[in-house]
Write a protein that binds this ligand. Sequence first.
Ligand SMILES: [Zn+2]
Length: 242
Amino acid sequence: MKQVPTPTIDGGGVQAIGSEVATAKIGPNAVTQLINALDAAGLQPAAIAIFAEAGTRDWLTDPPTAMVDERPVAMLHQTLRKLMPPQQSAAILADAGRRTADYILANRIPKPAQFVLKLLPAPLAARMLVSAISAHAWTFAGSGRFSGRTGKSVTFEITANPLCAGEHSDSQVCVWHAAVFQRLFQVLVSPNTRVVETSCGARGDDCCRFVADWKSIPDAANIYAKRRSHHLAGNSETLSAR
Ligand SMILES: [Zn+2]
């Protein structure tokens, strides 16, 4: 039997090295794709103000290309949330997350593995994707403790998520993480996937919890299947009437 290629995923940094974990670094896409999202929205002046306030202005001219200390990245994400209206910061973080996932799809997941995942039934593809994400979670979660579970739905948890460490909010704030997971699932598991952060460390919850669900939105394929069976049933009635 042919070996199914195992997808490899990381946040876009150098490949995992054990010692990197101790230094609590995170993939550079958490910075570079934020710059790209602010650029795409025409918000360069706001970007300068946000990066300056976060003490990371150098990154605008010299963006990180390797794994980067998670603390200034957290300061950057939190400063963006502090300075921008909530809807605008959520839109920018969502776009940055989508762009991060697109970078991962283009550069970090071998094409044969993507091909296999797209062919598999969604629950099986989800199981393999969760396993691949978990294997490289430190590039998304830094010093946070990551776990992924597959059951009726898929749940990711990041305990002590560094990107919202010390932040206080009435609502969930980790839009960037949710958008990364959602885009990966939409491309590799089901285009109907929605990822929602249901608990958040910034809100005082025990962890940041993300639920990926592709079954709540009617699956187009299933609609067609229903129509087909309805059509067939109609035909058989016609036949039996003859
Ligand atoms: Zn959170």
